[in-house]
Design a protein around this ligand. Structure first.
Ligand code: SF4
Length: 503
């Protein structure tokens, strides 16, 4: 007898964990995904949602993200045949399912994180945040400023007028459909008008990509790309038994701002919501360092360990940190013993924060041996700008000087960097396949959900996590029941009135 599918799938195969995870989803989880758990009102779906969701998750887990490749895999690849119960959903069916439910991927992602917490794989003593630039599904050459778009619009409108004149000059009857070239030009015209409107309404946006209007220019290791800033918060998984290391992504987001500054508090909040607890310490690189971020972390009562972008400036002998504040006299004393007094406030930065200004005496500074190093302003002498975040900045500098902070910060590179490496090199996440921020966010969340499933699988196969915890055991009988269940038609949910009418 030929072997059965069940025999071909090893007992610790990743497809089994995907199946266990999907089968373990309760009624609430399916409702969160937007799938009717009691059957569709107009009859049962052709393919069971469990089969379709398993295909998507297993595909993202193994680096297959295109619907056509997934369709091919459902026809000839054993794990897919096992997951679908030997059904062959085509790319349209797979796409329709994903398109309808991808916006709810955040709920599924949260379930993987909560599962890791429940199983004690992560203890939240430490977490690290980082961002990576991922290319959009768009060409750099399609990014334009308003002036270029106006020019393009004029050229396209003129081309449309020419084509219309050519069409009307012919002797035959008018064509039933618009000629292809004319249709293309009209579509381009519509896109350009929309892009101009968006640039005029969006504050601060100067350029726009005609293929993906949400993508923006980003500086990456590969040079300037048109793409997105994809963020993750990562917690380490450590197994005491095997000393094996792993990672669980506890928060994922995609933003259009290439700058990481604004993401620290958002990512910390998201990680807390996903895990249900605050992490003991958050590690971040200098790109997240800012006074407002430190103040926010202090308010949240969370320790953050990150270097300052201006570390070299801190080493200078006349950095403002070397000036001593006197609260009673509302003044600062410089390293040479001279006093800088408060002279007023001024607005600073995009947020127009009020900063306090302290000045020395021009004559005193001119006669000081540090003149030229500390300041070269002969008239006013040295000036200090003290922001409302100064206290938080100084407290953080003191923390970063401790041995504990230095030792903790060494772990930062071991956390998000390998995660990005795996996502980009093994799962092909160098470029998004979808367009638009909402779609790209859903794609990133599916990638990170699949990443977490892979991590759970690694620990499950070594016996550190048991499948019953995921809602299913891995014996053959239950797997066979699962597959058989795909062919059982769900009774359509009928209203009492329609049931009475048919009776
Ligand atoms: S230059 Fe002025 S502020 Fe700077 S150390 Fe000398 S006296 Fe003090």
């Amino acid at each position: 007898m030929p072997p059965t599918l069940e025999e071909l799938i090893a007992e610790d195969h990743p497809a089994r964990l995907v199946a266990a995870f999907v089968d373990g989803l309760d009624r609430a989880a399916w409702l969160e995904l937007g799938v009717a758990p009691d059957g569709e009102p107009l009859g049962a779906p052709e393919y069971h949602p469990r089969a379709l969701l398993s295909v998507w998750l297993y595909g993202f887990m193994t680096g297959t993200r295109s619907t056509r490749k997934l369709e091919a895999a459902c026809r000839d690849t054993v794990p897919y045949l096992w997951l679908t119960g030997w059904q062959h959903p085509d790319h349209n069916t797979l796409w329709r399912f994903y398109e309808e439910h991808r916006k709810s991927m955040r709920h599924l992602f949260k379930r993987t994180v909560r599962l890791a917490v429940k199983m004690g794989l992560i203890d939240l003593a430490i977490q690290a945040v980082d961002g990576t630039k991922v290319a959009a599904n768009a060409s750099k050459g399609r990014t334009h400023a308003v002036a270029e778009l106006q020019e393009m619009l004029e050229r396209t409108e003129e081309a449309i007028r020419d084509l219309e004149a050519q069409n009307s000059a012919g002797e035959g009857p008018a064509p039933v459909h618009l000629p292809v070239e004319l249709r293309r030009k009209e579509e381009l015209c519509r896109k350009v008008k929309e892009a101009i409107k968006q640039l005029e309404t969006e504050d601060g946006q100067k350029e726009i990509n005609l293929t993906d209007g949400d993508a923006s220019f980003m500086k990456s290791r590969q040079g300037i790309i048109v793409g997105y800033n994809a963020q993750v918060m990562v917690s380490p998984v450590k197994s005491e038994q095997t000393k094996e290391k792993g990672f669980i992504i506890t928060a994922a987001e995609v933003v259009t701002d290439p700058d990481d500054h604004a993401q620290l508090a958002t990512m910390m909040e998201a990680a807390e919501e996903m895990t249900g607890a605050k992490a003991g310490m958050t590690l971040a690189d200098g790109g997240y360092h800012s006074g407002p971020n430190l103040l926010e972390c202090a308010k949240r009562g969370q320790v953050v360990t990150m270097p300052e972008a201006q570390r070299r400036a801190l080493e200078k002998p006349y950095h403002k940190d070397r000036f001593v504040y006197n609260q009673e006299k509302e003044s600062y004393m410089c390293p040479q013993g001279h006093v800088l007094t408060f002279v007023g406030e001024r607005q600073r930065g995009r947020a127009e924060l009020p900063v306090r200004i302290y000045r020395g005496e021009g004559a005193e500074c001119q006669g000081c041996p540090a003149f030229g190093t500390c300041t070269s302003d002969k008239r006013h002498g040295r000036e200090l700008e003290i922001s409302p975040h100064e206290e938080a900045l100084r407290a953080h500098r003191a923390w970063m000087a401790t041995k504990e902070a230095k030792a903790a910060y060494k772990q930062r590179k071991e956390l998000p960097e390998p995660v990005f490496g795996i996502l980009k090199e093994q799962r092909g996440a160098r470029r998004f396949l979808l367009r638009g921020q909402a779609n790209v966010r859903a794609e990133w969340l599916t990638l990170t959900t699949a990443f977490n499933l892979r991590s759970l699988w690694r620990f499950w196969r070594r016996g550190h996590v048991t499948l019953p915890l995921l809602g299913m055991s891995n014996n053959a009988k239950q797997s066979a029941e699962r597959v058989a269940g795909f062919f059982v038609q769900q009774p359509p949910a009928r209203s009492t009135a329609s049931a009475a009418a048919s009776a």
